[in-house]
Design a protein around this ligand. Structure first.
Ligand code: 4AD
Ligand code: MG
Length: 477
């Protein structure tokens, strides 16, 4: 008999039919009731067995984590808590799970920190199964959003020779011997003997290549892994994270902000429409986590209310200069409660971003027109000579979730800025060629996928929304 997924058994009111189900035991009580989960949904299916039929040996192996293959009949449940259950005709043990050694026992609810250490097993908890089902669903929604709008999904390279952000936070890619690399006369490493015959690195962003595509295809996006060798040990930074980067010919910075707002709302709506059960579970988890915090640090809204609120309200749009003014008028500034300095020209710290979105506006904020000195070389220079057409979106509880800009499409301005910032213009002739051959105004942004998953699932630490997080000192699994 073909296997039926537990989700389909639970969703249907149908009874009195034969099924085959397979899954893992979550709990077993009274030598009679197995709660079986197969990952298809949050809920467990109750399987009722006749212990006398099964025999000692099998019975003793029905423990939490064991894998079973069950034939039986779906019947209306006698007990409360479920509409239907399965009355087992036969039970086969696929794999036993020694309770003495299995780290995921129901009795002692493991902490998220501990589960990070056993990330290879944490999918088996309700929390992580929900997070990864939602993560999948968001990825699907993103592709659907762009596909429905006629964007082309461009696979930009993972290995590059350029630094798209010009921030020098790259992991090197080499096959040279680390013990004894070939050297030039001046003692520097001779990369011409390396695999690519020059220095190469993992990409920090697919943007530059996406711009090349947009200059012919019009509207493209990338969705792939990016790598940053920044030594940040925070709840929002990974060394390997996934980024969505649309790039659109003929868009200006306002079109760019509209596209980003539409995308974020589309993703949220998709999750609310399609992942209700998981979101409700995660909302409850978050509520319990928040109970550990002092009253004044708890969020005012539950997870689902927050998502609905963001969906139904326009994002605030302000300039960087306005943001700094608001911060300088704020209570924490006047009471000297900010740890970092606030004045025009600073790169806003997370405490500043959080004040703006969580205390002042209480919703996502699009901040535009940042000082050019704190932003990347490719952003379009504004007429004031001080700012660029940058656009960051700050989200409650997350801080920066989107970073983007209108691009500098004027060849002379771009070249000049690259020289000022020590970006190699010669090596990047291919990027400058777009400005030589039919240049047009265009804009794009990068959405950090894990930060988006954090926002939707309410998970506090970014390490808990990617299966196997890479952070400084951590590359296990
Ligand atoms: O602001 P960033 O650095 O912008 C870019 O990379 C541009 N090239 C994007 C573009 O315009 N096409 O990064 C974009 C977003 C951030 O807003 C943040 O959400 C996420 O990527 N991000 C990270 N997420 C996790 N860990 C990190 N270390 C991240 N760095 C950036
Ligand atoms: Mg940024």
């Amino acid at each position: 008999m073909a296997r039926t997924k537990i989700k389909d058994v639970l969703l249907s009111d149908k009874t009195d039919y034969k099924v085959n189900i397979k899954g893992w035991v979550r709990s077993f009580r009274n030598n009679q009731f197995i709660a079986l989960n197969d990952g298809s949904c949050m809920g467990n299916l109750q399987v009722v067995i006749n212990s006398e039929q099964l025999g000692e040996e099998l019975l003793k192996n029905i423990t939490s984590g064991a894998a079973l293959n069950i034939d039986g009949t779906v019947v209306a449940s006698q007990g409360k808590g479920q509409k239907v259950e399965v009355k087992a005709d036969s039970v086969e043990l696929y794999g036993a799970c020694n309770p003495e050694e299995y780290p995921l026992q129901l009795k002692n609810r493991p902490s998220l920190e501990y589960l990070r250490e056993i990330a290879h097993l944490r999918f088996r908890t309700n929390t992580f199964a929900a997070v990864f089902r939602v993560r999948h669903s968001l990825a699907y929604a993103i592709h659907k959003f762009f596909n429905d709008r006629g964007f082309v999904y461009l696979h930009t390279p993972i290995i590059t020779a350029s630094d798209a952000e010009g921030a020098g936070e790259m992991f090197k890619v080499t096959t040279l011997s680390l013990e004894n690399p070939p050297k030039n006369e001046d003692g520097s490493i001779n990369y011409s003997e390396d695999f690519f015959e020059r220095a190469a690195n993992l990409t920090v962003s697919g943007q530059l290549e996406a711009e090349l595509g947009a200059m012919a295809l019009g509207e493209v996006y990338t969705f792939g892994p990016t790598f940053r060798a920044e030594n940040s040990n925070t709840t929002r930074h990974l060394a390997e994270f996934w980024m969505i980067e649309p790039e659109v010919a003929f868009n200006d910075i306002n079109d760019n902000a509209d596209l980003a707002e539409d995308l974020l709302k589309y993703i949220i709506k998709h999750a609310l429409d399609n992942n209700r059960e998981d979101l409700e579970f995660l909302a409850e988890r978050l509520e319990n986590e928040e109970k550990q915090k002092p009253q004044n640090e708890r969020s005012e809204m539950g997870l689902i209310d927050k998502l609905e609120f963001v969906l139904n309200n326009q994002f605030e749009r302000i300039s960087y200069t306005e943001a700094i003014d608001i911060l300088m008028q704020s209570k924490p500034f006047k009471k000297k409660q900010f740890q970092y300095e606030v004045k025009w020209g600073i790169d806003m710290q997370s405490e500043h971003e959080r004040y703006l979105v969580e205390k002042h506006f209480k919703k996502p904020v699009v901040v535009t027109d940042y000082p050019k000195d704190i932003k990347a070389f490719y952003m379009r220079q504004n007429d004031d000579g001080k700012t660029v057409a940058a656009m960051d979106i700050l989200a409650p509880g997350i801080g920066e979730i989107v970073g983007g800009s209108q691009r500098e499409e004027r060849l002379d301005r771009l070249q000049q800025r690259m020289q000022e910032m020590d970006i190699p213009t010669k090596e990047m002739y291919w990027y400058l060629d777009t400005r030589r051959f039919g240049t047009v105004p265009h804009a794009g942004f990068g959405l950090g996928f894990e930060r988006m998953v954090q926002f939707v699932t309410g998970m506090t630490n970014i390490r808990d929304v990617i299966a196997f997080p890479r952070t400084p000192g951590n590359v296990e699994f």
